[in-house]
Write a protein that binds this ligand. Structure first.
Ligand code: 1CP
Length: 336
C-alpha cells in the first residue's frame, strides 16, 4: 500500500506522505514552456498525452508520494455545456449561463466531453510507479456555482454571498451532485485512487447557509466515495472555526486546512481524521531558511497525528522549484 493510502486509510502516522496542490503549474519552467505553445487551457486539459506529461512533470523532479491529474474543476461546467473562458487576468468566467441547456445535458454527452480526462488518468497510472498514488479531484457544488454565476466578480471579494434565486440554485445543486458522482466513478474506474474535493470558496457562504450549500453537498459526495471505496480529502477553504463543524458532519478521510487555520487549534479540534496541508504558500517566497523552518513547525505540531504534508492553498507561480525540492527532501528524511 502507498504511503499516502496508508496514512489515509490506516491513519498510520509513522511516516508523512507529501504532495502539493498545484504541483503541476506555472512555477515550473517546463510547464510554462508547454503552456506557451498551448494557449487554449481547456484544450490542454482535454489532450490526454499533454495532460499526462504535465501531471508527471513534478514527479520527475521531486520525490513526491502522489501525482494529481492535470485537469480543472471547471471541466464540469464545460461538460454541462457552459462557455467557460480561462482569462490571463481575473480568473475563469462563464460568458453566458444557460440554465435550460445546463439542466438538460445528458450523461452520455457529459461523459463524451470528459473522456480525455479518463484517458489521461489511465495513461498516467500506467507510467506512475506503483508506490505513488494518483489523485483525481472535483470542485464542490458551491465552488462550481461561484464560477457558473461569476459570483466572485462582486466589488468586495471577501464579502459573504446572499443567494437570491434559491429555487434555481436547488436545481443546479441537484444536477451537480448527480454529475459529479458520475465523474468520481469514471475517474476511479480509470485508475485514480483518491478524490480531493475542492470547496475553495466555502469561506464566502453565510453562517446560516453553511448546512445547505457546504455541509450537505460535501457530505453527499464523501458518502458516495465511501460507498465506492475511494478515500476522500475535503478542502473547505476559508471556514475558520467551522472546520470543526464541517468535519463532524461530513466525515471525510482527510481534511486540508488552509493557512488561516491555526495548526495548534487544528490539532486540538480536528480529531479522528488525517490532517493535510496548512502552511502558507507565501512562506515559500521568503527563502529556503524560513520555508524549512515553517515546514518543521507543521511537522512538529502534527507529529502524533496522521498528517499529509501540503500547503494551505496551491503553490504560487513565483515559487522557486528548488525550495520545493528542499521541503520534499526534508519531509522524506524524517522518521517517527
Ligand atoms: O497556465 C495557467 O495559468 C493555468 C493555471 C491553472 C492550472 C495549472 C488553472 C487555471 N488550472 C490549473 C490546473 C488545476 N486546477 C489543477 C491541476 C493539478 C495540480 O494541482 O497540479 C487543479 C487541482 C485545479 C483545481 C482548481 N481550479 C481549483 C481548486 C483549487 C484552488 O486553486 O482553489 C480552482 C478554484 C480552479 C479554478 C481555476 N483554474 C485556473 C485558475 C487560475 C483557477 C482559479 C482562479 C480563481 O482564483 O478564481
Amino acid at each position: 500500500m502507498s504511503k499516502l493510502l496508508n496514512c489515509l486509510i490506516k491513519k498510520d502516522f509513522s511516516c508523512v506522505p507529501i504532495w502539493f496542490m498545484r504541483q503541476a503549474g506555472r512555477y515550473l519552467p517546463e510547464f510554462r514552456k508547454l503552456r506557451l505553445k498551448n494557449p487554449d487551457f481547456l484544450k490542454l486539459c482535454y489532450d490526454s498525452n499533454l495532460a499526462t506529461e504535465i501531471t508527471l512533470q513534478p514527479i520527475k523532479r521531486f520525490n513526491l508520494d502522489a501525482a494529481i491529474i492535470f485537469s480543472d474543476i471547471l471541466v464540469i461546467p464545460n461538460a454541462l455545456k457552459q462557455k467557460i473562458e480561462f482569462r490571463d487576468k481575473g480568473g475563469p468566467r462563464n460568458s453566458s449561463f444557460n440554465l435550460d441547456i445546463f439542466l438538460e445535458t445528458k450523461e452520455k454527452e457529459f461523459l463524451t466531453t470528459l473522456k480525455p480526462v479518463y484517458e489521461s488518468i489511465k495513461k498516467t497510472r500506467n507510467i506512475l510507479e506503483k508506490n505513488k498514488s494518483l489523485i483525481a479531484f472535483i470542485g464542490a457544488p458551491w465552488t462550481l456555482i461561484i464560477y457558473l454565476y461569476n459570483l466572485k466578480e462582486q466589488p468586495d471579494q471577501t464579502k459573504k454571498i446572499t443567494i437570491k434565486n434559491k429555487e434555481e440554485i436547488k436545481s443546479v445543486l441537484k444536477k451537480l451532485d448527480t454529475f459529479l458522482k458520475l465523474h468520481i466513478i469514471q475517474q476511479k474506474e480509470a485508475g485514480a485512487e483518491i478524490i480531493q474535493i475542492f470547496d475553495s470558496w466555502a469561506g464566502l457562504i453565510k453562517e446560516e447557509d453553511l448546512e445547505e450549500y457546504c455541509f450537505t453537498p460535501n457530505k453527499s459526495l464523501v458518502n458516495f466515495c465511501r460507498e465506492n471505496e475511494i478515500p476522500s480529502i475535503c478542502f473547505p477553504k476559508g471556514l475558520k472555526n467551522n472546520y470543526k463543524k464541517f468535519l463532524k458532519e461530513v466525515k471525510p478521510d482527510a481534511i486540508n486546512i488552509d493557512q488561516k487555520v491555526d495548526p495548534i487549534w487544528a490539532k486540538a479540534n480536528l480529531n479522528d481524521v488525517c490532517i493535510q496541508g496548512g502552511m502558507d504558500p507565501e512562506v515559500l517566497l521568503k527563502g529556503e531558511r524560513k520555508a524549512l523552518k515553517e515546514s518543521e513547525r507543521y511537522l512538529e505540531i502534527f507529529k502524533n497525528n496522521p498528517y499529509i504534508f501540503n500547503l494551505g492553498h496551491g503553490i504560487l507561480p513565483e515559487t522557486n522549484p528548488n525550495i520545493i525540492k528542499k521541503i520534499v527532501d526534508k519531509v522524506n528524511s524524517i522518521t517517527r
